[in-house]
Write a protein that binds this ligand. Structure first.
Ligand code: NAP
Ligand code: MG
Length: 401
């Protein structure tokens, strides 16, 4: 069989621990036998990040800007324990944070639907993709604990010294006080990536905030979305047969619970933090959550939503059997290969990505699965696989396709 050709390399960001082991299996057993794989390889494993003073992370993000599509393995975000474990020169920042700062994007997370593993919310038939604005608000707040009576004011001073001053509250006793901010530029780039991603995945887009209470702050978010939609996206959405709609966050939450799914839910920073945990736990397993960073510069970085599965890696190192679920990491590869195929007009590569996903799902649907899925499934006749067996089973299904 002739292998599928690629024209532009994928940016490949290798990572750590158990997911680094999965990475190798996925490439060797599920991709390289079928695709003449072209990647520009960056080793974001903890050891190599330390050797390069984290330059490799920056280089991999810049390569993503150059080529347009990256696939990333889960990586360790070091804490004090990791500094000791790996003898690190310093406590490096989260690679995802470094990459996001360079690509400036929005993370879209969606559960993978599998027959036999049903979400806890009965009405959800299709995945709900959650987009979280990852800048500002309560995450960049300034807080004061007030211990005594006094007056709180909100003051803005421009560069000529001119002030806008509002009284916030006149305290008669102890209490708490908080200020937060956001930027038009950040809200605009969030809105743009949401509209673009809705078009590229042909899904409706919902956005909600608390604009009835926060008339200026949340009202600004609502207006930025609406003005951009009317100006740049209305006709393109109509052509694609999808809709954009804005509502109050309370109403959105109520509607989401009664919906069938199959749309993108754009959330402000705090709402996204909270609601993504709700959506992912209602759908079962972290190992079935995909994640893609979409940049307003038009580039995409695909990964799994889970971490490096450290506990399984330590078992693996001791020679014990593991049953680690590779599905989200496989979908990171298929997502990246499909996007590469779309950019480079390589229908065979897009078709391969579809088949890789189909083979993965049909393997689970025929009862072969990793341990984490056993408690979630409604199937009766199931075979629990170890890490290697599960990949081999997917390989068999893929060969048939
Ligand atoms: P984790 O890797 O997400 O795993 C937490 C637990 O969830 C695992 O112990 C396992 O439960 C279960 N799990 C997650 N993925 C699984 C899979 N594919 N198959 C089966 N079970 C799975 O989180 P962590 O152990 O707290 O973090 C480990 C490292 O990952 C940390 O150093 C952290 O910095 C890093 N991390 C990286 C990213 C990223 O690169 N995007 C994201 C999050 C965390 P059981 O042990 O009960 O089987
Ligand atoms: Mg959270």
């Amino acid at each position: 069989m002739e292998k599928i050709k690629m024209t532009t390399p994928l940016v490949e960001m290798d990572g750590d621990e158990m997911t680094r082991i999965l990475w190798k299996y996925i490439k060797e057993d599920l991709i390289e036998p079928f695709v003449d794989l072209k990647t520009e390889y960056y080793d974001l494993g903890m050891k190599h990040r330390d050797e390069t003073d984290d330059q490799v992370t920056i280089d991999s993000a810049n390569a993503t800007l150059k080529y347009g599509v990256a696939v990333k393995c889960a990586t360790i975000t070091p804490n004090q324990k990791r500094v000791e474990e790996y003898g690190l020169k310093k406590m490096y920042k989260s690679p995802n944070g470094t990459i996001r700062a360079i690509l400036d994007g929005t993370v879209f997370r969606a559960p993978i639907s599998v027959k036999g593993i049903e979400p806890n919310v009965r009405s959800w038939k299709k995945p709900i993709t959650l987009a979280r604005h990852a800048y500002g608000d309560v995450y960049k707040n300034t807080e004061i604990r007030i211990e005594e009576a006094g007056k709180a004011e909100l003051v803005f001073t421009n560069k000529d010294g001119k002030e806008i001053r509002h009284e916030v509250f006149s305290f008669e006793g102890p209490g708490v006080l908080q200020a937060q901010y956001n930027l038009d530029a950040s809200i605009e780039s969030f809105a743009k990536t949401c509209f673009e991603y809705a078009l590229s995945t042909r899904q409706d887009l919902w956005f909600a905030s608390k604009d009835t209470i926060s008339k200026k702050y949340d009202g600004q978010f609502r207006d930025v979305f609406q003005e951009m939609y009317d100006r740049e996206y209305k006709s393109r959405f109509e052509e694609a047969g999808i809709t954009y709609f804005y509502t109050l966050i309370d109403d959105a939450v109520a509607r989401v619970m009664k919906s069938e799914g199959g749309f993108i839910w754009a959330c402000k920073n705090y709402d996204g933090d909270v609601m993504s945990d709700m959506v992912s736990s209602a759908c079962g397993s972290l190992a079935l959550m995909t994640s893609v960073l979409v940049s307003p510069k038009g580039v995409y970085e695909y990964e799994a939503a889970h971490g490096t599965v450290q506990r399984h890696y330590y078992k693996h190192l001791k020679g014990e059997e593991t049953s680690t679920n590779p599905v989200a990491t496989i979908f990171a590869w298929s997502g990246a290969l499909r996007k590469r195929g779309e950019f480079d007009k390589l229908p065979a590569l897009e078709e391969f990505a579809d088949k890789l996903e189909k083979a993965t799902l049909s393997t689970i649907e025929s009862g072969y699965m990793t341990k984490d899925l056993v408690n979630l499934t409604t199937m009766d006749d199931i075979h629990v696989c170890n890490t290697e067996e599960f990949i081999k089973k997917i390989r068999e299904s893929l060969e048939k396709l």
